[in-house]
Design a binder for this molecule. Structure first.
Ligand code: LLP
Length: 450
């Protein structure tokens, strides 16, 4: 489906100092004189009216621009999009066209990608606990690399590689670097479930075991230290540790590994004023450390892989909700919308807060702090706390939440059986449905009886 909703020609250009509060929105976002915002030339209020709410709008050009920015910053590296941030057929297609690889962590993500035409050799398969189906599907479709995350996986994988062939693999190691926006997304130290520790020797043990497997070809090391990392320093330290381990592997086994994957985790800003990771600085410092470290260790420089997810798709997404109720209790004003933790579990999981904006009409009312809550049956279903909204905000209004492209719908649940929202692509004034709304019929069809 495709509709054309052109931006209001009277819309003023966005001022550079973010007086419009759009700094965390897609770069195409423009406020209009009638209180709306266009994204990719498409009216958000018009999209909400046409497709219903809640609705997610994805700016296709923003995703493609981010892919290009990564490829320009890392021209000699493999840039692999982390599908867990958000995957649908169109996104797989855009990322493929922009020349990126794909990080998948289930047979489901893998099947969606390859049936959309994504080249399997550009796919990396992850997972701390891969099911037999995950591993079989990966080997059967011929993914480029499988990242081994536990010792027991080695024999399981070796046993399913067809005779006469070899599967390229990497080993996920824990470099012992603490970084990341929340304890639940810190994966660089030994106190969490991912990877094999360098400190206790389990990474080295797994590597020795893999080298004894004729059907497995160890092509490199992998690590992913965490998510929402806004500074370059932890990545530089990680590269130093990884190169150190590569040197020890060379000394012990006479093998110079040709690849190094340092994962993703690059921070974006969710609210104006928050830091995002500086991509140019990341490229400069990481590549310098890799070259210097390898020269010091007399290692050939391995081919680098990076795996950004959120930083590719996060700012491209905007969620639009309709206000269902406004309630004053004691000192607080609650503005309740028609979505919430079932389409965005991030506030409940990590305590993050968003910056909603009234769209679709102009208000002359003075702003006052409100708490924007979802419709779900939990007091913790809070999308934004103490955020300024016009004093006359009322049922029927539309609220838009920027930076909604990553880890919202990919982590959406069926809580309260409200159905998951659709995803609409916005590009050059056209809106088209990428993923349709989950209907009550979809939900009831799975429930097959008493
Ligand atoms: N590579 C690996 C192996 C990963 O596990 C992840 C994310 C990435 C790359 C991409 O990380 P990104 O660049 O998107 O930060 N649900 C959490 C984030 C969980 C990240 C899981 N792994 C959130 O909403 O913040």
């Amino acid at each position: 489906m495709s509709i054309s909703l052109s931006p209001d020609p009277a819309a003023p250009a966005r001022p550079p100092d973010d007086t419009e509060g759009l700094s965390v929105w897609p770069s195409s976002a423009l406020p209009t004189t009638d209180g709306d915002v266009t994204v990719g030339g498409v009216s958000l209020a018009g999209t909400a009216d046409r497709f219903g709410t809640p609705v997610y709008i994805l700016d296709e050009d923003e995703v493609r621009d981010r892919c290009r920015a990564y490829r320009a910053a890392f021209p000699d590296a493999d840039v692999v999009y982390a599908a867990k941030a958000f995957l649908c057929r169109a996104v797989a297609h855009w990322v493929m066209e922009e020349g990126l690889g794909l990080d998948v962590c289930s047979a489901g993500e893998l099947a969606l990608a390859v049936t959309t035409g994504f080249p399997p050799e550009r796919i990396v398969m992850h997972g701390n606990a891969k099911s037999p189906e995950d591993l079989l599907t990966a080997v059967r479709v011929g993914v480029g690399r499988i990242v081994v995350d536990s010792t027991s996986e080695i024999a399981r994988l070796a046993a399913i590689v067809p005779p006469g062939t070899r599967q390229q693999i990497m080993v996920r190691v824990v470099p012992g670097i603490a970084a990341g926006g929340h304890t639940k997304v810190r994966t660089g130290t030994d106190d969490q479930k991912f990877g094999l520790s360098i400190a206790d020797g389990s990474a080295q043990h797994a590597i020795a075991k893999i080298l004894g497997q004729p059907h497995l070809e160890l092509v490199g090391l992998h690590c992913h230290i965490g998510s929402q990392i806004a500074t370059v320093k932890p990545y530089v330290a990680t590269v130093r540790r990884m190169v150190g381990l590569m040197a020890r592997i060379r000394d012990q086994h006479g093998l110079a590994l040709p690849q190094l994957d340092i994962g993703g985790g690059h921070a974006i800003a969710y609210r104006p004023g928050e830091d995002s990771l500086d991509l140019a600085a990341l490229a400069e410092r990481v590549l310098a450390e890799l070259e210097d470290g390898c020269a010091r260790a007399r290692l050939p420089v391995p081919r680098l892989t990076i795996e950004p997810g959120r930083a590719v798709i996060g700012t491209a997404g905007v969620a639009v909700y309709r206000v269902l109720a406004v309630k004053r209790t004691g000192e607080r004003i609650f503005v309740a919308v028609d979505g919430g933790m079932s389409d965005n579990p991030r506030p409940a999981l990590y305590g993050v807060r968003y910056a909603p904006r009234l769209i679709g009409r102009c208000s002359a009312s003075e702003s006052r702090p409100v708490t924007v809550v979802g419709r779900h049956c939990e007091a913790g279903d809070v999308l934004a706390d103490g955020v300024p909204l016009p004093g006359d905000v009322r049922p029927g209004d539309l609220l838009a939440i920027p930076a909604a492209g990553a880890y919202h719908l990919s982590m959406a649940s069926g809580y309260n059986l409200v159905g998951r929202p659709p995803v609409i692509a916005a590009v050059r004034g056209n809106a088209r449905v990428l993923v349709r709304r989950e209907s009550l019929e979809d939900i009831s069809r799975r429930d097959i009886g008493l």
